[in-house]
Design a protein around this ligand. Structure first.
Ligand code: ADP
Ligand code: MG
Length: 282
């Protein structure tokens, strides 16, 4: 049986306790979640549903108000594990500019390993491999601020890869990118999952990115209200609409056709599937 990369047990989190009871709100409200090693999990949910708060628990940036989070079996509330947890589970955020620290790409990627005292020889190897994995090796001597958004995000990913993580948590990594930058970054994420076995937690608003996942969870008001494969999640168009989320356009089209009395299922995620289903109707 595959081991769990991340486990949340009845996780509850409340931002700084206030005496005003009406302001007291649980950002995370009793989440139980197992993420398997090597899994590609997508987290969906409208703004304020608790996605970023949940993500920050996965590498001990936040600690539970109650309940437990384990990363590779290590309790995030145990200070002795802090650095091991941060090395095992890296995070990539929305704005690449806030994550790049050096004036040359390779120095930027080397920053993390240098900070944990890796030997220079080993750092050089790690930086080279990490830049190759995100297909940015030929930019190693470039200035990060001159790169495109997608390239900057890939350098940020290389910086995490240089730490040899088992898991990377992405909090809306494509939200500030143009469509081509989004595609570059999503392809990189898929690649490091499939080819290097790194566990992926991807928070996104883009349904076409969620279609790539092994499993999707939906958050609403600090709770996980639904989980399943992309097909299971998106074919439930009414739940998606109820929590204020879009579904892929072809899935919505199938839903509307069905409502209009056409004999078609809503488990359709791609244009090709739609075409073949419509052809079967003849
Ligand atoms: P999401 O990432 O899904 O948009 P968040 O995890 O950022 O959701 O927020 C969950 C809830 O916690 C929201 O009600 C939000 O207003 C609140 N919240 C988020 N960050 C803070 C903070 N630093 N201080 C107080 N409340 C916060
Ligand atoms: Mg967020």
């Amino acid at each position: 049986m595959e081991a769990n990369m991340i486990e949340c047990r009845n996780l509850t989190f409340e931002y700084s306790a206030t005496s005003d009871e009406s302001l007291k709100k649980l950002a995370i409200n009793g989440v139980d979640l197992d993420i398997k090693e090597g899994e590609f999990l997508v987290v969906l949910g409208h703004n304020g549903s608790g996605k970023s708060t949940l993500a920050k628990h996965m590498n001990a940036l936040l600690l539970p108000t109650s309940g437990k989070v384990y990363v590779s079996g290590m309790d995030t509330a145990d200070e002795n594990y802090l650095w091991k947890i941060r090395n095992a589970a890296g995070m990539v955020f929305q704005n690449p500019d806030n994550q790049l620290v050096a004036t040359i790409v390779e120095d930027d990627v080397a920053f993390g390993p240098e900070n944990i005292g890796i030997k220079p020889e080993e750092i050089r190897t790690r930086v080279e491999e990490a830049l190759k994995k995100v297909d940015m090796y030929e930019y190693k001597n470039h200035a990060p601020h001159l790169l495109s958004g997608g390239q900057k995000q890939r350098v940020a990913i290389a910086g995490i890869l240089a730490m040899s993580p088992k898991c990377i948590i992405f909090d809306e990594p494509t939200a500030m990118l143009d469509p081509s930058g989004r595609k570059e970054v999503v392809n990189t994420i898929k690649d490091i999952n499939k080819n290097y076995g790194i566990t992926i937690v991807l928070i996104t608003h883009y349904m076409e990115e969620a279609v790539e996942a092994d499993r999707v969870i939906i958050m609403d008001e600090g709770k996980v209200i639904k989980e399943g494969t992309p097909v299971q999640i998106f074919s439930d168009v009414s739940t998606m609409k109820k929590v204020g989320l879009d579904v892929p356009q072809v899935t919505e089209l199938a839903y509307e056709l069905k409502k209009s009395g056409i004999n078609i299922d809503t488990d359709i995620l791609t244009i090709n599937e739609m075409v073949s289903r419509l052809c079967q109707l003849k």
